[in-house]
Ligand binder design. Sequence first.
Ligand SMILES: [Zn+2]
Length: 342
Amino acid sequence: MITQTSISYYGLNYVEHAEADFKEMKAHGVTQVILAVTEFDFDFWRPNIPAIVDKAHELGLRVLIDPWGNGKYFGGEQVSKFLQDNVENRQVSALTGEKLPYACFNTNSYRDYFKNFCTTLAREAKPDGFFWDEPHYAFPKGIASITGGVADDWTCYCPVCRKRFEDYYGYPMPKYMTNDVKQFRWREALVVLSETSKALKEIDPKLEITCCVHATQNGYYVSEYRGYDNWDMVGACPYFDVFSTTIINWALPEDFYLDITRRTVAIAKKYGKKSERWLMGYYKQPKDWAQVAKWVDLAVAEGVDRLAAWTYRGGYGTVVGAPDALKLWDTIGENYRRVLNK
Ligand SMILES: [Zn+2]
């Protein structure tokens, strides 16, 4: 049974404008708003963030904070102040040695920056939880996603990662992605999220953590290896409450959607978490609008606990808006109301 229906939201400037948008969300059957807080919002609009969270609560919406695109380590189009302010602590290509425009989340510099970002918002804004949005290493993004090519290069080969690898395994970090490198990447990738989630629960044990990973096949032949593709390791993290997997383009086969949905629910159940599936509420829309109801029904039938969509108004007015953004938003809203029996 679906207990929460979420929509993401970028409009973190004026409380009275957010209020009007929150009312529109309520009319679209939304129960939970995922606030995409950018590094610029944190740096510049801080005074208004708690007021916006308060307003959402006043209107009966739950609020999760999404450190959207933070360090370009999380998914998202926003730019990163961390990268602007730091020439080091970046992910490094194993094959070319180039520094890349992605924060290395295994460095103490980024780990401290990220933890401070989240704990400050937890104390000041008092949300209901946090949403870890597609965390990832820069490379590879393999054919499992059906969005990229086969990858040879990988990250992170920065001095911090190399030293930590050698300290642990007793030999220099290889430039090939061996089994030790895979294990190292999975383990290290969870540290920053586990430590921050733990710190958040120490501030308020009721803060709920959703970890949303890329929706990948992770089969025998192909896997993304972006750090969070080992779903058992992610699901087993004791500080996460909801296991979530990301958006699949409407044009992809239904079997693929169903396979991801089943495996998402299975991992969530195995580790005693709630499960969440995402719908594409921006950029692309289904050829046949009835597909939205069909995929929602498949998620319900498979036992998904929560539905979420990116983003408010179908991305209307942005470069990632769906062709009929407002109709997509309305269609998702109709389905949210339907599954909640509203
Ligand atoms: Zn690194």
